[in-house]
Write a protein that binds this ligand. Sequence first.
Ligand code: NAD
Ligand code: TYD
Length: 357
Amino acid sequence: MKNVLVTGGAGFIGSNFIHYLLQTESDIKVVNYDALTYAGNLDSLADVADDPRYHFIHGNICDEAQVNSALKERQIDTIVHFAAESHVDRSILGPRQFIETNVLGTFTMLEAARAYWIKEKGQLLDRVRFHHVSTDEVFGSLKPGEPAWTEQTPYAPNSPYAASKASSDHLVRAYGHTYGLPYTITNCSNNYGPYQFPEKLIPVIILNALEGKPLPVYGDGQQIRDWLHVEDHCEAIHLVLKKGENGSTYNIGGENQPANLTIVETICDILDEIQPNAAYVPHRRLIQFVTDRPGHDRRYDMDTHKISAELGWRPRHTLKQGLLDTVQWYLSHPEWVAAIRQKQEYKGWMDANYKSR
Ligand code: NAD
Ligand code: TYD
């Protein structure tokens, strides 16, 4: 792993991963390949922009010619593929972009990797890797008492987002099986932490609470996610790149499964504690139940025995500490938040998603 191409490196997890790689590996070159959609933000990488080991390419994963030349020019041996449309609510209101980016974009990345690594440089196959970042949402939804998902659980995606990610996972597997493309896949649960785009649950709640705005909880708030701190996720991906077996998939989860309402209440309590004189204490009074998401998955739970037994990984963050750190991060990065929230695209989305609820 010398020359790594990170797709979607200007997004939430990608930017955290680039920070993690540059901190962990001294002898590495990292290329961030990102189209800078609404979710891409180079401010998240301002501190590494001048690092000689880091290089940014403004490019779309659907642009085969540009991907081909990035791989060749930068002599890429490792692709870590994060780039995607990632928000379930957006996939409900506008699914087409999810098929284009997540399915066709992944297909394009695979074709480019095959062209460069297999057709041109077959002899180096033991030194290259296509790592695909996927989601637990491909498994569908669990009923109360059903066991957690393992790597063997059949796929049953429910949202257009989940279906597009499932399709991309199948394509990656098929390229490994048919063409011998070296790959690994990780399916992770809901991430949270620094640099998360402020339309996902946790930043929406933190930022609305700070401003005394309603805290929107979909349906009864009893949906369960398996919350994973983004730094734990980055550590897991790094381990899979280093030690994961070619052709393997690994589940990554946070070992934290509170209901959404509990997450929201915990954030309110944290804010009450660290800002006891704020105008909106107790923040819980801002909670507002709103119309549910159509087809809303009820419960996710990841069985992470495989990555734990094979690679020795376990999440380090407790949810309480992770949420406290995340609240502190948003409090200490008002410019990062303001730059996003002043954009028309952002305001338009918040209106489209919440006004009719
Ligand atoms: P994000 O939406 O914050 O960032 C996505 C990034 O991809 C952005 O920088 C965007 O500009 C870029 N991008 C989008 N379309 C592109 C294109 N056509 N070409 C090049 N770049 C493009 O996403 P995230 O939350 O960081 O998620 C990263 C990956 O992890 C995704 O594949 C997502 O499916 C997966 N994942 C995320 C979560 C989570 O909780 N955030 C959970 C499970 C899996
Ligand atoms: P989200 O952060 O959009 O992630 P995902 O849909 O990929 O799980 O949402 C997390 C959970 O929070 C999900 O069950 C939907 C719920 N939710 C709300 O209750 N209110 C909100 O305003 C948002 C954005 C999400």
